[in-house]
Design a protein around this ligand. Structure first.
Ligand code: PXP
Length: 242
């Protein structure tokens, strides 16, 4: 398979959501089976977010996937010592630091790196010593890119949520900010990643972002899987009823 210059990380949190709505009593969906299929289809990384409230990914998923995944694991987590301990124990390839609020539906904005600079710098250097790379999930702003480089990040991931949802002049404005922030990131030797809310339409646009080397996509892929796969699953159930 020809390699795309933009690497795709697939966020499987919402596969775990589907499992957890039945209290983890079903054998499906099996996350490792999905990981193997994602690899066969050309995905290059698996992203999982261990949230404080454990609403989807569970501690046992982190242990199991970090041990068994044939693709590198990118562990999204809050800037907290509890999470740092878990990362050091399980050794994912990457940690992506994200802001976290218990009541939010999803990660609603970027991390304020300036506000957490002492903690994030300390954690990044601890992770680096264990060969775990760090990426910071930030809004596309020059100040946040600069603060990320100062704290020792290997990469920044732009939160594309606002850009995806905005329209017209606002969308153009955010795109310009993203381009400028990418240029600065590249100058500061930071890898440029992006994610949140990306669907087919926005993949066609985001691929034009200068220096972009990675996207992490979850919700749309899980939703498209349902649309693309429901006929096949229905046929299989009918076959088992015969
Ligand atoms: N990147 C990060 C850092 C995230 O926290 C998330 C999920 O909130 C994503 C990418 C994927 O976003 P989505 O599920 O909207 O594709």
């Amino acid at each position: 398979m020809a390699k795309n210059k933009i690497s795709l990380g697939v966020n499987i949190d919402h596969a775990a959501t589907l499992r957890q709505v039945r209290g983890n009593t079903t054998a499906y969906p099996d996350l490792l089976t999905l990981v193997k299929k994602i690899k066969a289809a050309g995905g290059r990384q698996i992203t999982i977010h261990l949230r404080e409230d454990r609403r989807h990914i569970q501690d046992f998923d982190v242990v199991h996937l970090c041990k068994k995944s044939p693709l590198p694991i990118n562990l999204e987590m809050a800037v907290s010592d509890e999470m740092l301990k878990i990362a050091l124990k399980n050794k994912p390839a990457w940690v992506c630091f994200v802001p976290e609020k218990r009541e939010e539906l999803t990660t609603e904005g970027g991390l304020n790196v300036i506000k957490v600079s002492a903690d994030i710098q300390r954690m990044t250097s601890v992770l680096k010593r264990k060969k775990i790379r760090s990426s910071y999930f930030i809004e596309p702003s020059l100040e946040q890119v600069k603060a990320s480089a100062d704290a020792g990040a290997d990469a920044i991931e732009f939160h594309t949520g606002h850009w995806v949802l905005s329209k017209g002049a606002e969308k153009k404005k955010v795109w310009k900010q993203m381009v400028e922030a990418s240029e600065l990131a590249a100058k500061l030797n930071l890898r440029v990643h992006a994610g949140h809310g990306l669907d087919f339409e926005h993949c066609k646009l985001i691929r034009n972002l200068p220096h972009l080397v990675e996207v992490n996509i979850g919700h749309s892929i899980i939703c498209y899987s349902l649309e693309l796969g429901i006929a096949k699953a229905t046929k299989e159930i009918i076959r088992h009823l015969k």
